[in-house]
Ligand binder design. Structure first.
Ligand code: NAD
Length: 257
């Protein structure tokens, strides 16, 4: 599917991987609707990208909020062809912590809510809209959904039970979603990033970043958000990429800690 003149919903589009993807898509001639809780950063990015972008204050967990974002996107751009789910959180907490304190259940639930249910909430609404639209390719493609997993979904580290569960579930539902939506010409794939240099890493001391970089097979550095955006555009444009989870991690295999 040619990305030019297509409309993309990008959750978590105000920061990190989502921001890089919004910039790349807009640069390639697409329209982008930035769905994010962070109004200040999301609006500033939309203002910078001009007519190509729209900011929608959306909490991905909330049904009504996501539906309003979809309505706003359709009012501005008319259709939806691409749905990228990046909104997510990555808290750390051991199953049993100091002084035998069990993992707070609300913290586990919140991670599943935002990362997994938030992803499903937005993609189901986008898929419903795509299914009503005319195909945009000769082979009948109506849209492309791209979710964001994590290598923690395969190799969760100590303290990542909630995060690993949420990302493992995103990986696990990928083929099922692709099967559900094939009849409408909607492809579904999951990007599985390793360690990518988003604002999260800015707060880490240099020695910690250096040791993380040393753990990558090759190249020995953190990934760049632009590299994830590049992969995302590739998935949009390559019509034979479907039902797949694609690692982008420099060959890194995470150790327990
Ligand atoms: N950066 C990495 O190394 C890395 C690695 C593997 C996976 N990931 C995944 O990639 C995604 C993006 O990560 P990032 O590093 O760019 O993070 P980030 O913190 O820079 O961006 C996440 C964005 O999601 C938004 N958000 C959070 N909760 C939301 C909600 N309920 N509704 C709407 N928006 C919400 C935040 O406001 C923020 O703008 C996440 O799902 C993360 O788990 C990142």
């Amino acid at each position: 599917m040619d990305i030019e003149n297509k409309v993309a919903v990008i959750t978590g589009g105000a920061s990190g991987l989502g921001e890089a993807t919004a910039r790349r898509y807009a640069g390639a001639g697409a329209k982008v609707a930035i769905f994010d809780l962070n109004q200040e950063a999301g609006q500033a990015l939309a203002d910078e990208l001009g007519d190509a972008a729209l900011f929608c204050a959306v909490d991905v967990v909330d049904e009504a909020s996501a539906a309003q974002g979809i309505e706003k996107t359709l009012a501005a751009f008319g259709q939806i062809h691409i749905c990228n789910n990046f909104a997510g959180i990555s808290p750390g907490c051991k199953t049993v912590g100091k002084d035998h304190v069990p993992h707070p259940l609300d913290k586990f639930r919140q991670t599943i809510d935002i990362n997994l249910i938030g992803t499903f909430n937005v993609l189901r609404l986008c898929a419903s809209q795509m299914s009503k639209q005319d195909p945009v390719t000769e082979s009948g493609t109506r849209g492309v959904i791209i979710n964001t997993g994590s290598i923690a979904g395969y190799e969760g580290q100590i303290g990542q039970a909630a995060y690993a569960a949420s990302k493992g579930a995103i990986i696990g539902m990928t083929l099922c979603l692709a099967r559900d939506l094939a009849q409408y010409g909607i492809r579904v794939n999951t990007i599985v990033p390793g360690l990518i240099h988003t604002p999260l890493f800015d707060s880490f001391p240099d020695p910690v970043v250096e040791s993380l970089e040393a753990s990558v097979l090759y190249p020995k550095r953190l990934g760049k958000p632009a590299e994830i955006a590049h992969l995302s555009q590739y998935i949009v444009e390559n019509d034979y990429t479907n039902g797949e989870c694609i690692r982008m991690d420099g060959g890194l295999r995470m150790q327990p800690r």
